[in-house]
Design a binder for this molecule. Sequence first.
Ligand code: GN1
Ligand code: MG
Length: 360
Amino acid sequence: MSQLLSDKLLPSVLLEFGYAIRDCNISLLGNGLINNTYLVRTDDISFVLQRINQQVFKQPLAVINNADLISNHLSIKHQQQRYPLKPIWQLSSQDNKSYVKVQGHYWRSLNYIPNCYTLEAMTNTEQAKQVAGAFAQFTGALNDFNSEQLTEIIPQFHDLSMRVNQLNNAISNTEEPLLLAAQESIDFILSQQAFITEVADITANLPKRVTHNDTKINNLLFSHETNQPIAVIDLDTCMPGYIMHDFGDMVRSCCPSIAEDSEKIDDMSIDIDLLKTLSQAYIAGFNGDLSDIEQASLLVGIKLMPFMLGIRFLTDFLMADKYFKVNYPNHNLVRTKNQLHLYKLFCQQECLLTEIVLKS
Ligand code: GN1
Ligand code: MG
């Protein structure tokens, strides 16, 4: 049994949801870098079980409450045939709550949609069209959602200046050997002040929407039957934000030729056809509801998301890997170099990207 599956709390947690562990077949699910997620199968039902990472989500009840609010909104729209994707919702515990708390740890279970798969990489423009369409539908469906009901789960989550400050703090508190290993990446990040200012300037003029904030390709479920997207998952960071973040994160995870933690950065290339299709389909998915500045911001988002994630990975590397799960000692540094390389590739293609995004 893997280390995660040996979680000592599983029997008590399952009991609180009404199941005896001996009746459950449990396996790990997904590749998230934060929460522990399991698929639980019984003779009658399959569901997703998740332990919320309280190091990252300091207010687990707010995460749960946000998810309930968003799921309700999407479920109503789905019933009214105004949201074609399937909503994901939190299942009730024995005492009718959307979570259980065992020895101070918060867990929840979610409905499991059968006959589905996720993608770690994108292979063709048809997929690009579908992925962009699905994420645009998700944000579009939240257009009339009262965002004041939502808690800002991680304050300033995608605020670049704040992320740079966090990096600077980490640098001040890090010992020589780690700093030396990270020096090249640190120098590069600090040399990008013009971009950091550009981001701050455009952000000041953008309207806020309710955004997903984690639009990686593997946060979409595809149907085995139709090979079409069937649900947007992982509502953990769904909160007020800017669409350049969702668009940029989608492009970041779909267009590079290698995974976000691959060391082979010399092999990294960007699939421009995919990017073009993502851009056209994302913009089209808003049915004319994007302002000119929002459309222009998508270009900034493409560069911003790998740059900011590179900063976040590097900060965590310097802070001894407290935030993202790692599989080996330099994992976060490898991820940093990968994401900064991707940012550089996007910068080199700036003219082409401008043409693609503004003409979409
Ligand atoms: C984390 O755990 P996961 O894979 O859903 C992170 C995202 C990053 C992503 C990088 C709350 O998401 O912001 O983009 O890793 N989530 C949080 O793979 O920090
Ligand atoms: Mg997530």
